[in-house]
Design a protein around this ligand. Structure first.
Ligand code: SAH
Length: 347
């Protein structure tokens, strides 16, 4: 049963404004248990206390990066699984939260630590929402921080969000309904699960959040080698999807965002940049590329692309009129950077 269903069970015929009070309390940084929800009558509070867990996740520990601008928390689910969530300071001095959508991942991308864990299970919507709520309390209780505000959320932690479509959607709608975070400040990152990508374009309940696609190569064979989930005919289908996505919302979705990891001698040479440019030209849709320097993870042969190669790659894209930024790694000293999340789990 979801938290909401449990709450509704307790409420029974109680007036519906109680539900609103409960939702407000669940997303309030100053309220961290049922006893504190003083807007509710005492009897109701004690029934909620008995029947509805306040949190679905228990924190095990939190690591802090040496620059104090990244925190990684290991959170345990009620069935004993461990997930990781990361809080990073953003350019505006507030916080961006990186949430996990699954325990482990089935996609098995060759450079990603989470892929090495295999797939354990998808998270429930409450477990995704509670990563946000955990950090809300965390920030509230932490002293000497420049800001306590989470302004952005990225679904870029452990797992493939679109392989957990319904729960991710429910969590997005709850966060949009109960926080000040707007839909343009939320990004769902996908390895490129085309059926789900197509579905969300015509799903009236899928909120208009940003989508980022992990591309990593515009060469079908290279991509298949490093991203084994690459579908047959991936690039043609992707180009078609890009055109539909832009047509659906020509004003706000004025470009499609891609992530592109830079792996030495794999996908970061001149030829690779040319293929990427050609793909963008064939698709005929404006794109934006986030270049991600590879973060070292165990058990694979890859190395980070040299800085001058990263810059040369970026330059070639920009010269072709494609906006390309290089993402600075955050929290790599606490293994909290992209692709380093691998909480210990016994299956
Ligand atoms: N499954 C989703 C979201 C999780 S990963 C996806 O594939 O998009 C978030 C981003 O980190 C993805 O672009 C992913 O390819 C990238 N990533 C994975 N391992 C990495 C590593 N070792 N170094 C840098 N980026 C990595």
């Amino acid at each position: 049963m979801t938290r909401n269903e449990k709450i509704l069970n307790v409420l029974g015929d109680t007036p519906s404004y109680r539900q609103k009070q409960i939702d407000a309390a669940l997303f309030d940084a100053h309220t961290s248990n049922w006893e504190n929800v003083t807007a509710l009558p005492k009897a109701l509070r004690s029934r909620l206390l008995q029947e509805v867990p306040w949190m679905t996740l228990v924190p095990e520990f939190t690591l802090e990066s040496k620059h104090k601008n990244t925190f990684k928390s290991i959170l345990r689910t009620t069935d004993g699984k461990r997930i990781e969530s990361v809080l990073m300071q953003n350019a505006r001095g507030h916080w961006t939260l990186c949430v996990s959508s699954q325990v482990g991942c089935a996609m098995n991308c060759s450079f990603c630590a989470t892929g090495k864990m295999g797939f354990i299970r998808s998270l429930t919507a409450d477990e995704i929402i509670d990563q946000y709520r955990f950090f809300l309390y965390f920030l509230e209780n932490k002293k000497n921080l420049p800001s306590k505000k989470i302004t952005n959320i990225v679904y870029m932690g452990m797992g493939e969000p679109l392989a957990n479509y319904e729960n991710v959607k429910t969590s997005l709608n709850a966060i949009l309904a109960h926080t000040y975070i707007g839909h343009t400040r939320i990004t769902v990152s996908t390895v490129g699960v085309l059926p789900q990508m197509k579905k969300l374009l015509s799903d009236p309940e899928w909120p208009d959040v940003r989508i980022a696609i992990s591309l990593h190569s515009a060469d079908p064979q290279v991509r298949k080698n490093i991203v084994p989930s690459t579908a047959e005919n991936f690039f043609d289908q992707l180009a078609e999807w890009m055109r539909s996505a832009i047509t659906k919302n020509p004003t706000r979705r004025n470009h499609i965002t891609f992530e592109y990891i830079l792996l030495e001698n794999v996908n970061e040479q001149k030829e690779d940049a040319k293929k990427l440019i050609r793909f963008a030209q064939t698709a005929n849709v404006p794109i934006k590329i986030n270049l991600i320097p590879y973060n070292k993870t165990q058990g694979n042969p890859f190395s980070q692309s040299a800085l001058e190669r990263q810059l040369a790659f970026q330059k070639m894209l920009e010269y072709a009129g494609i906006t390309a930024t290089i993402r600075r790694p955050m929290g790599d000293d606490i293994a909290a950077a992209c692709g380093q999340l691998i909480a210990q789990n016994s299956q």
